[in-house]
Design a protein around this ligand. Sequence first.
Ligand code: NAP
Length: 262
Amino acid sequence: MADTTGAMKLKGRVSIITGGNSGIGRATSLLFAKEGSRVVIAGRNASRGKEVVDAIKKGHGEAMFVKTDVSRSSDVRRLVDAAMEQFGKIDVLFNNAAISPVGTVLETSEEEWSEVIQKNLTGTFLCTKYVLPHMIKRKRGAIINTGSINSLMAMKREAAYDASKGGVLMLTRAVAMDFAEFNIRVNCICPGAIDTPMLRDILSQTPDPAAAEASLVKMHALGRLGLPDEVAQMALFLASDDSSFITGAAMPVDGGMLGGWA
Ligand code: NAP
């Protein structure tokens, strides 16, 4: 049942957050810790991971960083083992790590294609595969995947990313159907353009970054980019009991982008 007392929404929970050391994942790590969750942050860059862990500890939360490349099975198994060893359970998995290269099919090499699918889609598969047995045992769990607006509509010159994020949404639905009987909910967040290092990197690859940003802003009815914390709030909702009857869903956080022509 939803908690209406104003108490912390994730008190006593344990959450793994991939890509928790930057952008949306960083904001989610800080928010989950504030809401009482112990947080296991996974990513490749240890110094950024340490910065987030230190910030959480400064606020009297509990967190650890595990250096992980989500596209490697051995790294993911080590991540899950470390979380279990340290905290004894996993309540929430936020599959959020991804890369976002630019290019049409013709501009994308076979190596680049494999890298995107491996990191964005196989990474989500691997983390889900190795966390699920621990959730099944306790007959509870919430898995949240970061898809994208690109899970639902294609963007020009983002062929591999579009394909990977479409796959993330269908994997979300597949896992939701297969494991609902174990009280495990699986949902996909579909953000519009969010002001993070990833977005800044994409904009910097355009001939005129300011013009590219302005035209991106125009696609959102609310007339601005989203903030990482606005996506983190959706992750919190999907991780908490407030969303107890929601599974297999694609939840837009897109400033009205999907609503129509802005
Ligand atoms: P970001 O700041 O660049 O964060 C991406 C994170 O993914 C980083 O923490 C990075 O950490 C991690 N990562 C990348 N490859 C990894 C790997 N192989 N193994 C482990 N970690 C890896 O970008 P963001 O915008 O917050 O992106 C977060 C999610 O939101 C992504 O799934 C992205 O596709 C999605 N999204 C973003 C937007 C947007 O406009 N920003 C829109 C829609 C969807 P390390 O470098 O340390 O590994």
